[in-house]
Each structure stands twice: as structure tokens, then as C-alpha cells.
Design a protein around this ligand. Structure first.
Ligand code: PRP
Ligand code: URA
Length: 206
């Protein structure tokens, strides 16, 4: 399943992200804001368990998230989405995956992996702002599954239709939430219209 979260506020913020005039400070802030909105949507049906508590007035039954939430940003650009997830789920554990797209083949190359121990109730939020060919997201999911995790949700900001197809063909059990599904990929496998190189724009390396 994939879902394009087309809330008007997301569309407003995404337009600022897409604008080539937006500099890295504002770009980073808006990536965080959009991630927060995507996280709310992705966790809409998260499991809850009942807990008995006392308010200052009376005993009552409340709820707490029953999953062990694990957030995994794909380096570099996924790091721009990490803090927002942690703000919403401060007890989340964090893992890191390092992948870059080979300049010529556009295939993902793995250079780093540090994932927490898996647990039965773990729910992994894999965060990367760009899902272009889908190669990096598929490779990251492979790595997370190899580490023993079973429940995985992908949060991306801009996705290409071809990339979504690739990820869903390889991992039909993984749900994808994104802020926009764009038109296509260009010859350099960049998303069109997209927002350019997310890592460079986040970290001011252009
Ligand atoms: C970008 C992006 C994704 C990947 C998407 O990373 O953050 O990880 O490309 O492309 P794909 O769907 O075609 O695999 P990049 O390789 O540019 O690395 P960086 O974040 O370190 O710049
Ligand atoms: N990676 C990016 O940062 N942007 C794209 O459009 C495609 C891959």
C-alpha cells in the first residue's frame, strides 16, 4: 500500500521545498515540518494497549503505543527527517543506514549500517526524503529485514511512480507514505519536477 498525503499544509510547504531559491536553513526546517505531518498519518493506526492510571481526580483506563518504535534514516538526507519522528515518539530507538547512488549506474551502494536489536513488537519507520528509482529504499528494507525486523513503514517526501512500483514489487508488506507522487524520472534518474538533490539542499553542499 502507498499513500500520498495531500493535506493542503503539506502542499504549501512542499512548494517552498521545491523552489530552487529556498536555502538550506529553511529547507531543513520544512523537511522537519512535513515529516511531522507524515509521521502523524503513518501512525494513525498504530497499535495501542490499555493502561490503568490515576488522574488527580479518579482512576481511569488510558492507552499507550504498544510498538517498540525504531526510526531508521538513510544517510545523508534521511537525517533531515530524524528529529521530527523523535519529537513525536521520544522513546524511539534509532538505527542508521548509509547508502549512496553510484554516479554511473544509479544503483545503491551500501557503506554503513548500525541497527538496534530487533524485537517482536518493533515497528520501523524508514525515513528518506527521496524515493526515485526505489533502489535505495528497497536496499534499505532488505538490510532492515536481514536484521530481523518484520514491520516496516517508509516515509518519503517526494516519490516517483516507477520507484514506488519497484519497492512494492520487492516488499509488498511495506507501506509507503509520501507527501507527493511526482510525474517521472529524468535521464539522470532525478525526480521530475522533484526538488533536486535532497542531501545537498539539506546540508548546503551545493
Ligand atoms: C538520495 C536519496 C535517496 C536516494 C534515492 O540519496 O536521499 O537515498 O538518492 O534514489 P533512488 O530511489 O534512485 O535510490 P543519495 O544517493 O543522493 O545520497 P546522499 O543523501 O548521501 O546525497
Ligand atoms: N536523489 C535526490 O536527492 N533527488 C532525486 O531527485 C533523486 C535521487
Amino acid at each position: 500500500m502507498h499513500k500520498e498525503v495531500t493535506h493542503p499544509i503539506i502542499q504549501h510547504k512542499l512548494t517552498i521545498l521545491r523552489n530552487e531559491r529556498t536555502k538550506h536553513k529553511e529547507f531543513r526546517e520544512i523537511v522537519s515540518e512535513i515529516t511531522m505531518l507524515l509521521t502523524y498519518e503513518a501512525l494513525k493506526h498504530v497499535g495501542l494497549r490499555e493502561v490503568e492510571i490515576n488522574t488527580p481526580v479518579a482512576p481511569t483506563v488510558g492507552y499507550e503505543v504498544s510498538h517498540d518504535i525504531v526510526v531508521v534514516p538513510v544517510l545523508r538526507a534521511g537525517v533531515g527527517m530524524l528529529n521530527s519522528v523523535c519529537e513525536i515518539m521520544p522513546t524511539a530507538r534509532t538505527g542508521f543506514i548509509g547508502l549512496y547512488r553510484d554516479h554511473d549506474t544509479k544503483m545503491p551502494v551500501e557503506y554503513y549500517s548500525k541497527l538496534p536489536e530487533s524485537s517482536d513488537d518493533a515497528l520501523v519507520l524508514l525515513v528518506d526524503p527521496m524515493l526515485a528509482t526505489g533502489g535505495s529504499t528497497s536496499a534499505a528494507i532488505d538490510m532492515i529485514k536481514r536484521a530481523g525486523f518484520e514491520q516496516i513503514v517508509v516515509l518519503s517526501i517526494v516519490a516517483a511512480p516507477d520507484g514506488i512500483e519497484v519497492v512494492e514489487a520487492a516488499h509488498s508488506d511495506v507501506n509507503i507514505y509520501c507527501a507527493a507522487i511526482d510525474e517521472c524520472l529524468n535521464d539522470d534518474k532525478y525526480i521530475v519536477p522533484g526538488l533536486g538533490d535532497a542531501g545537498d539542499r539539506l546540508f548546503g553542499t551545493i
